[in-house]
Write a protein that binds this ligand. Sequence first.
Ligand code: GTP
Ligand code: IMP
Ligand code: MG
Length: 337
Amino acid sequence: MAVTIVIGGFFGDEGKGKIVSHLVREDSPSIVARGGVGPNAGHTVKVDGEEFGTRLTPSGFFDEECRLLVGAGTLIDPEVMNQEIEKLDIEDRIGIDKRCGIIEQKHINRDKKDSRLSDEIETTGTGCGPANEDRVARKLKQAKDIPKLKKYLTDVPKEINNAIKNNKDILVEGAQGFGLSLIYGTYPYVTSKDTGASQAACDVGIGPTKIDEVLIVFKAYPTRVGAGPFPTEMTEEEAQEHGVEEYGTVTGRPRRVGKWMKDWAEYAVMVNGATQAAITCIDKYDQRCRGITDYQELTEKAKKFIEKKEREMGVPVTLISTGPRNDETIDLRKEKL
Ligand code: GTP
Ligand code: IMP
Ligand code: MG
C-alpha cells in the first residue's frame, strides 16, 4: 500500500469513506490523514452493522491502532470536530495540524445568507467557502488559536514524513470530487478549493515524489448535490426506475443522479495521475451483485460494465464496491497491480 491517496472522480459522494474503510480493514495502515476542503464533506462508514457519518474524522477511526490526522489544508469547525472526537472516542488517536483553518459562526452565516452562494451555487452552508475567502485574505484563525483544540495539535507533515521514512503504510483521504474542483471542475459551480490528488498531498504535507498510488473513486451512477452542469443527468423518474435515488449526508438534500461520464472519467484519471480506480455502487447497476466479494461471481452485465470502463480509462479497476458495508468489496489489487 505504501503512500496511497484516495480522491473522488465525479461530483463527490462516490463512496470514498466506504473505500477507505475497506482499505483500513484490509491493510491496517499506520496513519489515515484527511485532506479536502472541510466539514462540507460527509463520509459514510458502515462497519460491523453500525453506520457512521463523519465530516472531518478520517475513516480509519474504527481501527484502534490507526493514527488519525487532519491536514493543514483542511478547514475545521471546532464544534463538529469536538463532537466527532467525543462520539467516536478517538481523543488519544487524533491529531490536528496546528495550521488548519478555522470556521467560525460568521462564516456559516455568510455561507447561508449570501444568495450567490446559497441560492445560485447551492453550497452546503457549512461556512467553508467564506472561511477559505478569509484564508486568502489572510485573516482566518488557525487551529493553534483555538484553546479547545490545543491538546490535539500536531505537525502533520512531520508525522507523515517520519512514518514514510520508516516504511509505514499511509492513506490520504481526500474529499469532494474532481468535478467540484475550483480549478478543474464545472466553475463557478464548484467548491472553494482544488479537490485533486496533488491538492490532497499538499493538504497533508507530502511532496509529489513520495506518493506511490493515486486511487480515484467513481460511482457507477454519479451523483451531484447542488447546482451546476451534469451532462448525463437522469430525470427523477428515470432515477427511481433504476432505484438509484440518494440523499446528502450533510445537507439531507436529494442527490441528482446521472449515468457514467466517460470523457470526464478519462480526464480525471489523466489530470490526477491515477494509478488505479475503484468503482462503487455496482449493486445499483445490477442488484444481483449486492454483497459479492469474488469477481467471478459478478453478473456478466456488471463484468462487462467494469471491463469497458477499465479499457476506456487505461488504469486497472482494483476495487469494486457491491454495497455500503466495508466488507461488501471485491479487492483485485493483488492480481492487478
Ligand atoms: P464526500 O467526501 O462527501 O464526497 O463523500 P464520500 O465519497 O465519502 O461518499 P458518501 O459516504 O457521502 O456517499 C456515498 C453513499 O453511498 C453513502 O451513503 C454510502 O453508504 C453509499 N455507498 C458506498 N458504496 C456503496 C456501494 O457499493 N453500494 C451502495 N448501495 N451504496 C454504497
Ligand atoms: P461548498 O463546498 O459548501 O461551498 O459547496 C459548493 C458545491 O460543492 C455545492 O454544489 C455542494 O453541494 C458541493 N459539495 C461540497 N462538498 C461536497 C461533498 O463532500 N460532497 C458532495 N458535494 C459537495
Ligand atoms: Mg459525502
